[in-house]
Design a protein around this ligand. Sequence first.
Ligand code: UDP
Ligand code: MG
Length: 315
Amino acid sequence: MSETLYIVVPCYNEEEVLPETSSRLKSKLLNLIDSNLVNADSKILFVDDGSSDRTWEIVEDLHAADKLFSGLKLARNRGHQNALLAGLMTAMTLSDVTISIDADLQDDIECFDEFLQKYHDGCDIVYGVRADRKSDSVFKRQSAQRYYRLMAALGVNVVYNHADYRLMSKRALEGLASFREVNLFLRGIVPLIGYKTDTVEYARGKRFAGESKYPLKKMLGFAWDGISSFSIRPIRFVVVLGFLVFTISLCLMVYSVVRNIIGQTVPGWSTLMISIWLIGGLQLLAMGIIGEYIGKIYSEIKDRPKYIVEKLLNK
Ligand code: UDP
Ligand code: MG
């Protein structure tokens, strides 16, 4: 007997890609059902992340025409990670295993078979890993690579070159559900769940229609969230820096007193200016970083809901 698979697809203003995406996913899923890798209750779940275009209407039409398609509508836009979580948590109660993938299908859907193979071999989580990023711009590729290295250096456990394209079993999702944090960075949390995991490599394609929903500003915000939600090393770094600067200023103090005593005081305007600015800058930097973490604590303590479901189409 094979399992029920839910393919979870977060969608934000994706009216341009949905018709193509839905037909590609449908033929893929029918394929999987035919080859008995999953059972006939399997579905494609589109999560509408508060889109302002026709995304939800398209999902409703798809669902009306074919019960292979399900839809989940969030009450407003909550961002990719929250939309994905909403979809996964809904799928958790309805399925045995899920695969999450972006609506633009930049990730190769032909990997589904391999994902499921590994799942049947006993893996609870299978990560899709980009073997080459030729389709990304040079800037995106390089910044992403530096980012993964920085994360590793900061002691955050992320899977190299893996975005949110992955298979998760029901019990892995139950594990995920028990993480309560509000600052959601799934790529950092999922490796903390445990169980047997594996990776599948693929070449990442280009977005075939519509525009990226991750402009540079959002990307930088996401990157910093990933670091500050998982690592306190930046704070430690500030402490070390503070200690260093304090030591240096002690030495300088002794030095200037000595110079003064032997009567060699020069008009030290430049030194003074530099030190004032340097110390001021360092202090601001330190306060800024500490403030970031306090902000995180603040939002964790409020424990606000990460998303609110408006409607679920699933029959
Ligand atoms: N997305 C979302 N909510 C948002 C922004 C994006 O659900 O607020 C979805 C989007 O529809 C897509 C996925 O997140 O399915 C990844 O976005 P995109 O492909 O634009 O990012 P990129 O591949 O350029 O990093
Ligand atoms: Mg994309």
